[in-house]
Design a protein around this ligand. Structure first.
Ligand code: PLP
Length: 376
């Protein structure tokens, strides 16, 4: 079977892990964590980077940093991963779900302003498939209403918006290095802090609410409990793995973009005539080849295509399920229809996508899909 995802190893991961283990400093914020922070701060103009154990943790840190209180409102697209919303729900926020656009699953910036109330604290755009949301409009709305922006950039490494790296635009941003993303650490993530006001407190929240980071830098002569917090920092074992990946970022990206382009070339000319919708890179955006998806005509067609691919030996998967209709949130949702979110919930299909996807397998997938649509 051709899997949906297969983690790619650069070959240096175990060597760096061994170095980390033998160095005798295996807990967090050692040599490899610093190398990762530097890599991101130098290559992506991120003001301050802090590795975390997941993107979920980075989002939870963001919610604590922004002092989200019970009753505060947070605007989030309904078509996203559960962690985007959960991080804020954990602090008692009311999640106000927004719809996607008709061109791609990103949040519809034109519909945000109508959702703002005096209780709105944060907007969380999610760069779906690594494709930039309409950040100019989102930042303009946020600045006008004095609201914070946290970019869920889990899928958006090495993707840009009018030349700016995604993750460098909002006040805060969260990245994921889960094994399904472009660059991986098994489980791992990062909080990016672009607003200086949050740097000091972010370090404290990440270190169990203590000023231990300042202590290790010699800035204070003892450390203690100064704020709320948790243990959000990963061990050096994780950072060593991640660094081996970051060194190969350009190679990984070149290869993924070539795979993405082959899907496009093989599928777009015929399927676009059959009413299938393809990823759209909106104004100012770039393609980081995080995933390749199709938007089928309806749920039935998607279900049959998944079956046809499975029979041919390839796993394709759908996601997400609109969060405003989830068992947990359904009763709390204010009741607006979010038609585009439901549209993608029923129709979007992700094709197998990973570094080592070979040409023969990919051609087989393309042929099978074209063959399927010949009968539609
Ligand atoms: C993967 C993903 C997450 C969660 O990342 P973890 O590192 O697994 O916590 C959050 N948001 C989006 C949009 C994602 O794709």
């Amino acid at each position: 079977m051709i899997p949906f995802n297969k983690p790619y190893l650069t070959g240096k991961e175990t060597q760096y892990i061994e170095e980390a283990v033998k160095s005798g400093k295996i807990s967090g914020d050692g040599v490899f964590t610093k190398k990762c922070h530097q890599f991101f701060e130098q290559n992506f103009q991120f003001k301050k980077c802090l590795l975390t154990t997941s993107c979920t943790d980075a989002l939870e840190m963001a919610a604590i940093l922004l002092d989200i209180q019970p009753g505060d409102e947070v605007i989030i697209p309904s078509f996203t991963f559960v962690s985007t919303a959960n991080a804020f729900a954990l602090r008692g926020a009311n999640i106000i779900f927004a719809d996607s656009t008709g061109v791609n699953p990103n949040i519809d910036a034109d519909k945000i302003e109508a959702l703002i109330t005096p209780k709105t604290k944060v907007i969380v755009p999610v760069h779906y498939a690594g494709i930039a949301c309409d950040m100019n409009k989102i930042m303009e709305i946020a600045n006008k209403h004095n609201i914070f922006v946290v970019e869920d950039a889990a899928q958006a490494i090495d993707s840009y918006y009018y030349g700016k790296p995604l993750g460098s635009i909002g006040h805060l941003a969260a990245f994921s290095f889960h094994e399904t993303k472009n660059v991986i650490a098994g489980e791992g993530g990062m909080l990016v802090i672009n607003d200086d006001r949050f740097v000091q407190r972010a370090e404290i929240i990440r270190e169990k609410g203590t000023n231990r980071s300042a202590f290790f830098r010699g800035e204070v002569n003892k450390y203690g409990w100064v704020d709320i917090g948790s243990s959000f920092l990963p061990s050096e074992v994780i950072a060593a793995f991640l660094y081996a990946q970051l060194e190969q970022l350009d190679t990984i990206q070149d290869r993924r973009i070539a795979i993405w382009q082959r899907y496009w070339n093989g599928l777009y000319p015929f399927l676009s005539k059959k009413g299938v919708q393809f990823p759209v890179i909106t104004d100012g955006g770039t393609n980081n080849a995080h995933m390749f998806y199709l938007v089928c005509k309806d749920l039935d067609q998607r279900t049959r295509l998944i079956e046809a691919l499975k029979t041919a030996g390839a796993w394709s998967v759908f996601h997400y399920l609109s969060l405003h209709k989830s068992p947990y949130y359904e009763g709390k949702h204010r009741g607006e229809e979010l038609v585009w979110s439901d549209y993608y919930t029923d129709r979007l299909l992700r094709l197998p996508f990973y570094y080592e996807l070979d040409r023969t397998s990919q051609q087989m997938i393309i042929d099978k899909i074209v063959n399927f649509y010949e009968g539609e």
